[in-house]
Design a protein around this ligand. Structure first.
Ligand code: PXG
Length: 295
């Protein structure tokens, strides 16, 4: 059975789910999106995803043609229409159909696409063994160019970084910001666990780049920060460099697709023991619990 895709108020079978070649989402990458998961029939942190979508749209001066509560309902309807309980949901808002020029005012109405499909996970052995990553030469875009907080349809920078990872034979890449600080991966946020220091009261320090430093403020990242604070860790959002990755006791990535996954090698340096560590495993367990309730 073909999946059903919601486009601007109607469901279409996959073969007939089409957008115009004059849509500025296609012509210019002019649009925004979300990647969301449903677990056990419940959409995980739906409100946070919808809020981020509307914030991204606002930042690019794009009016979403329906209110947020209706968007949430349409997303849930699309999951139900496809009889999915475990789903990966993609929501796009494109600038809509215009002419061949850049001017967004020539696109009278934004288009909305909602796709709910099965999820493809990293193979289970990666969660057991952890990932190897390398640093990409391609930096994250400057926050005053295309701010990485905006989840836009312009993913080419991240795709170029991902290609570097593919060439190097690894599954993810670390991207730095234009000043050389650790930013994020091509599709995941980054955390490190460092040994206790003078200010941490004997507890391990969990570091993640600050949300204003030029990264996507991940919904999974937010959930993990909440879990880490609840568990009493010294959680810090701050600038750090690859030195902190190389010398970390543990490193892990967070994202809607990956959930929480350990990194055991960065640029050839073995992280910690070379195995997923106890803090990573504890947070992953907490996260799995959270998904049972929709977060
Ligand atoms: N940073 C970037 C650049 C992302 O694209 C995340 C962090 C994690 O955010 P969430 O909200 O998901 O915790 C993302 C999101 C893919 C794919 O196919 C991954 C994302 C987006 C689109 C596609 O791997 N990750």
């Amino acid at each position: 059975m073909s999946i059903k895709i919601w486009i601007d108020g109607e469901f279409y079978d996959k073969e007939h789910a089409k957008v115009s070649v004059f849509d500025h989402g296609l012509l210019y990458g002019d649009g925004v999106f979300e990647g969301i998961r449903a677990y056990h029939g419940k959409v995980f942190r739906l409100r946070q995803h919808v809020e981020r979508l509307y914030a991204s749209a606002k930042a690019i001066w794009l009016q979403v043609p329906i209110p947020q509560d209706e968007m949430s309902r349409r997303i849930e309807e699309t999951v139900k229409a496809n009889n999915l309980t475990e789903a990966y949901i993609r929501v796009l808002v494109t600038r809509g159909v215009g002419d061949l020029g850049l001017d967004p005012r020539k696109c009278p109405k934004a288009s909305i696409v909602i796709i709910a499909d099965k999820i493809q996970l990293y193979p289970p052995e990666f969660y057991k063994k952890g990932l190897e990553v390398v640093t990409a030469a391609t930096p994250i875009s400057h926050r005053e160019n295309l701010n990485p907080r905006i989840k836009s349809l312009n993913y080419l920078g991240h795709i170029l970084a991902k290609i570097e990872g593919i060439q190097a034979g690894v599954h993810e890449v670390v991207m730095l910001d234009p000043a050389g600080y650790v930013a994020e991966c091509s599709g995941d946020n980054i955390f490190v666990v460092n040994p206790p220091d003078l200010k941490s009261g004997g507890k391990p320090v969990i570091r993640t780049p600050h949300a204003n430093a030029g990264i996507l403020k991940g919904v999974t990242r937010d959930a993990v920060i909440e879990l880490a604070l609840k568990a009493g860790y010294d959680l810090r959002e701050e600038l750090f460099t690859r030195y902190d990755l190389y010398t970390a006791d543990e490193m892990f990535l967070t994202g809607t697709g990956a959930e929480i996954i350990a990194v055991v090698k960065v640029d050839g340096r073995v992280i910690g023991t070379g195995q997923p560590g106890p803090v990573t495993n504890e947070l992953l367990q907490g996260f799995r619990e959270l998904t049972k309730t929709g977060g």
